[in-house]
Design a protein. Sequence first.
Length: 344
Amino acid sequence: RRGWWGVGRETRSTMNSMVGKIFVWLLTTVSLTTALLAQAQEAPKIHRIGLQVVSPRDLNTTRIGTFRQSLRDLGYVEGKNLRIEYRYAEGKLDLLPSLASELVQQQVDVIVTVGTPGVLAAKNATGTIPIVFVSVTDPVANGVVASLARPGGNVTGLSILAPELSRKRLELLKEAFPKVTRTLVLWNPTSSGESLSFTETQGIGKSLGVQLHSMEVRGASDFESGFQRAKKAGVQALITLPSPVVNSSLKQVLEFAAKTRLPAMYFTSEFVDGGGLMSYAPSFTEQFRRAATYVDKILKGAKPAELPVEQPTKFEFIVNLKAAKQIGLTVPPNVLARADKVIR
């Protein structure tokens, strides 16, 4: 009997030891699992945005900086809960379809794109990933959206459609330089938005007594020959319409205007910052800031189809007096008084 109890006590001791080890193992496992689950719950979701830009990278530094800052203000921090996939076409429109396809393959949450060619390429690449566009002239006429109020589909954004823009540009140019009667217009006829702007400008030119000399540019190779023809035609001034092709050849356009001493009105402030004479345009920087709010709404569950397309409400008239002096021109005081910004 003593032997039996002795064995029993040893067996119970061994069993108690095993139970204790199992308990410790289970407790450790549960603790680790709980910790891992807590870490998984605490880890922020990484939102992925694809940013596709048509014009060269160095022309968009300020605008993209504004976009990124606006996202930060909304709580999105790159490297923490945000990743941006950048794609630059560097002015080469034929690259846009492949760049858009790359972003689709990256399975980004939202694609942000600039200009009509950019949004059309993105729309052709995906019918499901939300797309936010910036600086599209006429998204309805281009077939980008069904209407401004209810875009439909997976696309929405910010338009630069404002019928008064074409009139205002030509009026300001004529007011500053009344003797101008023949003006060179740079535009891309393959863009329906630019075609609309050119038609509007033609009508305004007739009412102001200004004849337009059309210079069609579909790519960088069209500029040199076009400028030669413009010289022979005796143009007295220059206007550029909103165009990714023209924007991508900014330096070439500015050099031509300086060499020929032509007063010029540009569609974006980058030309004036680069040494051009005047610009009248929507605030593109403001549009990039607003684009961030569209992205935020979409990431929080809003559908692009139900987010109305915004039209520009803020416009900027900028005059560069340094450029005027270099080409021997004087901008009248009454025109300077209307400028939002004067570069001296």
